[in-house]
Design a protein around this ligand. Structure first.
Ligand code: G1P
Length: 276
């Protein structure tokens, strides 16, 4: 069973400066909810209740968000505004949060490795909060779908989506053999390939299930694209040692790491809420 979800949340969010100068990018709100809360709720709906968050300097607002604010509780209790706190109270009650810091920015693979101390020797999920996902089918959120698949394959799984071929340089890209509808056994994986040399247009999005042997592989992984330790490189190695699957998830994804995706997500959720 997958019980823990790791959130790499140490990045600077430079694309959103100056908003992210003193506010973590994971705390930017889509409507009234910070990005990271969407991620935590997605994990919770997959029956994962232990959140392991890899933070960095200037990220304390994340810890405060998932804690009680006694002053606020005192002010709002019994007023007509109390309902605004319902969702976050629910999350705080149902989940456990633990934190560690990534001291140096050495890439996503390095951030995940920093989380080893919080995860231990068990399979775990990873959510990149700036990939905001919404479920559009009755199979639940992306992570719920992946957890079900994990029960069958018992190996690392990455979520993938078809992207236009000229956008492959923004993503990790896989090549695989089709095992069943929407599920591929990975035989190649490249971090941000040039569209001219990409193995496919199946791009990895920010949802992973990883088996704990990934930590030892990450320790031996040399810096790759951009001089950073890439989870994509470690997963390629893992696919050679054993098995890694890629899963074409059902649902919508918004790249909230870009202004364009962030605005699209805001409009989408606004429309959705207006129709409730
Ligand atoms: C990271 C990963 C990349 C993946 C992407 C998904 O890149 O390195 O393989 O496709 O997340 O959002 P980043 O967006 O952090 O540059």
């Amino acid at each position: 069973m997958i019980k823990k979800c790791l959130f790499p949340a140490a990045g600077y969010g430079t694309r959103f400066l100056p908003a992210t100068k003193a506010t973590p990018k994971e705390m930017l709100p889509v409507l009234t909810k910070p990005l990271i809360q969407y991620g935590v709720e997605e994990a919770l709906s997959a029956n994962i209740d232990t959140m392991a968050i890899v933070t960095g300097r200037g990220k304390r607002a994340i810890e405060d968000h998932f804690d009680i604010s006694y002053e606020l509780e005192h002010q709002i209790k019994g007023t007509s505004k109390e309902h605004y706190l319902t969702e976050i109270r629910d999350v705080i009650t149902k989940c456990t949060f633990s934190y560690t810091r990534q001291i140096e920015m050495k890439g996503l693979g390095h951030a995940i490795l920093c989380g080893e101390t919080l995860i231990g020797n068990e399979p775990f999920a990873v959510i990149l909060a700036d990939d905001l996902c919404d479920n559009t089918c009755n199979e639940g959120g992306v992570l719920s779908q992946m957890v079900k698949l994990y029960e069958k394959y018992k190996c690392s799984i990455v979520a993938i989506e078809e992207v236009p071929k000229d956008e492959t340089q923004k993503y990790g890209v896989i090549a695989g053999t089709l095992e069943e509808e929407g599920v591929y056994k990975v035989f190649d994986m490249v971090e941000k390939p040039d569209p001219k040399n990409t193995p496919s247009n199946l791009a990895i999005i920010g949802r992973y299930i990883l088996t704990p042997d990934i930590f030892d592989i990450l320790k031996a992984t040399k810096p790759g694209k951009g001089g950073e330790i890439q989870i994509t490189d470690a997963l390629l190695e893992q696919s050679k040692q054993g098995k890694v699957m890629a899963y074409k998830f059902k649902g919508d994804r918004f790249d909230c790491g870009s202004i364009d995706g962030f605005v699209k997500a805001t409009n989408y959720f606004y429309e959705k809420e207006s129709n409730i």
